[in-house]
Design a protein around this ligand. Structure first.
Ligand code: CA
Length: 646
């Protein structure tokens, strides 16, 4: 009922306006703006003020004759100045728009750059959702402390050979870059001083952030350098995913939304207060036609102009289902392989009912859109709400009769659900799964499998916080063992694997739970660790290679998962064991057995009798083989994974 209402009240006139606020040609520049019908609307171009006239009730326009290239502009609506909501080039700190001819910003060879492809066996090939291996990174974390970086902390760092070499050797095939649109919390006029922020405070949604460019004063530089970054990654077969934060603005009064069309873009409660589903003081109103249209035009623009391959929607649970599906359709028209995933939750109550929102539980109504599985994440490492509470990896349960066994059994079931890609599976009892009482994914590619991300503790810190014994120096081998075990669950999941940058270097953030504005000393990757903990990097690398080389680990379709993934019944809640049987997905291996053992002791597990090659054992992976096992039983070392095949 409510859904129908939302569709019915879309005004038709506005729908023709595509937020083309500035259209440049050498002979004239046309300005347009969505603003209230009774407003006084002007645009100030360079030193000239032009009165805008109405094309339709709420669409205003003005034309500046002659070549305006390079001039700044500001819209002034009832005295409130802003660059509009869809500036494509801006001055330092994003304060004014700039007339730009985007063709001037294309790096050499840009016309040959293409999206949604990857390198397989040395050849470019189309990318399927099941192929993605996502690496979530912050520009500054990644390169600021890299000794040989030419452009530490900048877009261009990702064009440098050391960076490309690291990413391709690790084997990930997509970088998810934390907010890289123009945000407000880093002052672009003081870049010589150390400043850090994740950037979840959008200012101009459709311009790259100036702080990651080599010169934020020159509007074309950030645009060109962003494209150079995309181009270099694409040449290496690596997709680029943009973290998009349409769900809120830093505040209301100073936002470009509010300064062009007061109160249009935000939701209010029934009492007339601004609703705060984001926890940041406001929430945007994707259910309103022009906010929906803004989001659609914005993602299309990033794809068409910057060749972005995928989007991660921050607090997707604030956006309505209709909008998310409309975005999916709009991107499908460009390339159906563009990947969309998001946080299937909000950070507070929203002004429209949860049933209409992009929540994880509503993923079945959003085909080909994925959501993060906090179920699997928290089952492995412990709940979001308490850093000191261990999950399946570290929970202490002393006796078989211990009441903790029921809790442990539930954690095990949540991990099984995660291994299956959160789809319906005859051997997964969703009544026991921690946050989802039924499967939320129609297809396994609707689940993001992960154990850590930029939010809350990274894996090392989390393991140390929840398992105090690991803080003792001699325990580093145990810390590593649990780290590798956790990621083995992630990378053998039928969901889409996702990892936080630096986990492969045994990164820590000195125990900081929320490092959104922490200094470099907390957030930067320590590249020395690549040598110090070479075992960790090698394991991650080989684990990713194993997944990519074997279709059995990423079947892509729920039917295939139900057909080929069989959990092995083990009467031990500290052990998750499964078989990918009968050449799953056309795999060259007949049956693959994966056993994850979080016991501090070795476990002996019954398996179908046979002769197996070992490819993962005791914290080492080698697809070429690490020995043989024969018979109907196998021993798995404490806190480790075993992978064998026949
Ligand atoms: Ca900025």
């Amino acid at each position: 009922m409510a859904t129908a209402l939302i569709i019915a009240c879309e005004p038709q006139k506005e729908q023709t306006f595509c937020f083309d606020e500035m259209t440049y040609s050498p002979s004239e520049t046309v300005f347009k703006l969505f603003a209230p019908a009774d407003a006084d609307c002007r645009v100030v171009v360079g030193d000239d003020t032009l009165q805008m006239t109405q094309m339709a009730d709420t669409i205003w326009t003005a034309t500046a004759k002659g070549d305006q290239k390079g001039k700044t502009y500001e819209f002034v609506v009832n005295g409130q100045a802003s660059p509009g909501v869809f500036a494509k080039a801006v001055t330092v700190n994003g304060q004014k728009g700039v007339v730009i001819d985007l063709k001037d910003t294309d790096p050499e060879g840009w016309e040959n750059d293409s999206i949604c492809r990857q390198i397989v066996d040395g050849q470019f090939t189309d990318r399927q959702f099941s192929d993605w291996v996502v690496y979530e990174m912050h520009h500054r974390d990644f390169s600021i402390a890299r000794p040989d970086a030419e452009h530490p902390g900048k877009y261009l760092a990702l064009t440098e050979p050391w960076a490309i070499d690291h990413l391709t050797t690790l084997g990930i095939n997509a970088v998810h870059i934390l907010p890289s649109y123009d945000y407000g919390s880093v002052d672009e006029t003081r870049l010589n001083e150390p400043q850090y922020n994740w950037g979840y405070d959008p200012v101009n949604y459709n311009v790259p952030e100036g702080g990651y460019s080599t010169d934020p004063y020159k509007p074309e530089v950030r645009i060109r350098e962003f494209k150079q970054m995309v181009q270099a990654l694409h040449k290496a077969g690596i997709a680029v995913i943009l973290d998009v934060v349409y769900n809120h603005t830093y505040n209301i009064d100073n936002s470009n939304f509010q300064r062009t069309y007061p109160d249009y873009y935000y939701r209010k409660t029934a009492d007339g207060y601004y609703s705060n589903g984001s926890g940041c003081g406001n929430e945007t109103a994707s259910d309103k036609p022009m906010m929906r249209k803004f989001m659609i035009e914005s993602v299309k623009y990033w794809v068409n102009e910057y060749h972005i391959d995928g989007f991660r929607f921050d607090l997707m649970g604030i956006h309505d289902i209709i909008t998310m599906n409309a975005i999916r359709s709009a991107l499908d028209e460009i390339n159906p392989n563009i990947f969309i995933y998001g946080e299937g939750w909000s950070a507070g109550g929203c002004a429209i009912p949860n049933e209409l929102l992009g929540m994880k539980a509503n993923i079945p109504q959003m085909p080909r859109i994925a959501a993060f599985s906090d179920d699997m994440r928290d089952a492995l490492r412990g709940p979001f709400s308490d850093d000191t509470k261990p999950g399946w990896l570290g929970m202490k349960v002393t006796k078989a009769t211990d009441e903790g066994q029921a809790e442990l059994a539930a954690l095990k079931e949540s991990i099984k659900a995660g291994i299956a890609g959160m789809i319906e599976h005859p051997q997964v009892d969703y009544a026991k799964v921690n946050y989802s009482d039924k499967p939320y994914a129609l297809e396994p590619t609707q689940m993001m499998a992960y154990v850590s991300c930029h939010d809350d503790m990274c894996l090392v810190d989390r393991l140390k916080a929840s398992i105090p014994a690991l803080n003792a120096k001699p325990k580093v081998s145990q810390l590593i063992a649990l780290d590798l075990l956790a990621q083995t669950a992630v990378f053998t999941s039928q969901g889409v694997p996702f990892m936080l940058s630096g986990e492969e270097l045994l990164r820590d953030k000195k125990g900081v739970h929320n490092s959104y504005e922490s200094p470099d000393s907390i957030n930067q990757l320590n590249w020395q660790n690549k040598e110090t903990y070479a075992q960790v990097f090698d394991y991650y690398k080989n684990l990713i290679a194993l997944r990519k080389a074997h279709p059995a680990f990423h079947l892509g379709k729920a039917e295939l998962v139900r057909q080929h993934l069989e959990f092995i019944d083990v009467d031990d809640n500290r052990v998750v064991a499964f078989r990918l049987k009968d050449h799953a997905g056309g795999d060259e291996w007949q049956d693959i057995i994966v056993i994850l053992n979080s016991n501090p002791e070795a476990a002996t597990i019954a398996i179908p009798e046979g002769q197996y090659s070992v490819v993962c054992i005791d914290g080492k992976i080698d697809a070429a083989g690490l020995g043989e096992v024969n018979g109907d039983k196998v021993q798995v070392s404490p806190q480790s994974a075993l992978i064998i095949h026949n």
